[in-house]
Design a protein around this ligand. Structure first.
Ligand code: ATP
Length: 301
């Protein structure tokens, strides 16, 4: 639904996007992560034709957005720090957008309710807080259930309770078959929402895969065992040849494996009659992200 081939963007002589290719399939949620200045917004704005790339091609729903603007009727976009008209009210912004997208007044009312802005709908944007403006921007992007949604740091300024709601909304959109591309520094959202992740560093894609693959590649396979019998677990696992490292965290034992022997490990625990309350892969995306950036930074690009 979104395809980018060999995108290059230069500012003066500096290349800020270097041969970037990326794809988002139907019903897929893809996140674009990377440090400040890596090129995420430049890439998003190039996809949306707000920036003209020097080389490369973009397709949205199979069409070239630089030539066919009709696709934008079916596309929702939350831009980084939304710049909504300050003298319009939230409702007016949504009504205007509904007209352009062919959505109904009822859809506007429903969305105002969903984003918790019904009460403030007739207040001017200039009088909104940052988070309130962001809520209207998200509602605006969701209008008309777009087939493609592009989100550039949608969670800036949003409180934790609404963050959970936003995740639910994006998940619902995805279940209905929409394709979503998001940039975010909120790794918890990235972890909970993404089917696939692209990591961009200094204008180059340096990783593509699932969150689990990213964690495995940069942190290895770490299993968390929750148990009341920590000592027994420590004794058992430290004798297993595929266990690289083991440490205790209160009533949890964290075990690093040299290869994917999770099934064997679980069997050994059960055979030793150890009561296991929890057994799962540690998906510490923050740490994997830091290591990945460190590793690409060291292998000078
Ligand atoms: N109009 C411009 N003129 C010159 N350089 C620019 C311009 N816009 C962006 N850049 C540069 O392009 C690079 C990529 O910027 P971009 O905004 O895409 O990064 P980002 O990954 O979105 O960062 P952040 O996480 O901070 O939002 C940066 O080095 C930035 O300084």
């Amino acid at each position: 639904m979104i395809d980018v081939f060999g995108l290059v963007k230069k500012y003066s002589k500096r290349e800020v996007l270097s041969n970037v290719s990326l794809g988002v399939r139907k019903g897929e949620f893809v996140s674009l992560i990377g440090p400040n200045g890596a090129g995420k917004t430049t890439l998003i704005r190039s996809i949306l034709t707000l920036i003209k790339p020097d080389k490369g091609e973009v397709r949205i729903m199979g069409k070239d957005p630089f030539k066919d603007k009709s696709i934008f009727k079916n596309l929702g976009y939350v831009q980084e720090l939304p710049n909504l008209p300050p003298f319009m009210t939230g409702r007016e912004v949504l009504m205007l957008s509904a007209k352009l997208k062919g959505a109904k007044k009822d859809d506007v009312d429903e969305l105002l309710d969903i984003v918790g802005m019904a009460e403030f709908a007739d207040r001017q944007i200039a009088k909104y807080s940052k988070g309130m403006t962001q809520r209207i921007a998200i509602a605006e992007a969701l209008l008309g259930n777009p087939e493609v949604m592009i989100l550039d740091e949608p969670n800036i300024g949003i409180d934790p309770i609404f963050s959970v709601k936003v995740r639910e909304m994006f998940n619902k959109l995805k279940k209905n078959g929409s394709s979503i591309l998001m940039t975010s520094h909120e790794l918890e959202d990235v972890k909970k929402l993404s089917d696939r992740v692209y990591m961009i560093y200094k204008g180059k894609i340096v990783f593509e895969g699932s969150v689990e693959q990213l964690v495995r590649e940069f942190l290895g396979i770490n299993v968390i065992i929750e148990t009341n019998e920590v000592e027994k677990v420590l004794n058992l696992v430290s004798s297993l040849e595929y266990v690289k490292r083991v440490y205790r965290e209160n009533s949890r034992v964290v075990v690093s494996l040299s290869e994917d022997k999770r099934e064997e490990l679980l069997k050994s625990l059960i055979q030793s009659n150890i009561s296991v309350k929890g057994f799962y892969l540690d998906l510490n995306l923050e740490e994997a992200y830091a290591r990945a950036i460190n590793s690409v930074g060291n292998n000078a690009l």
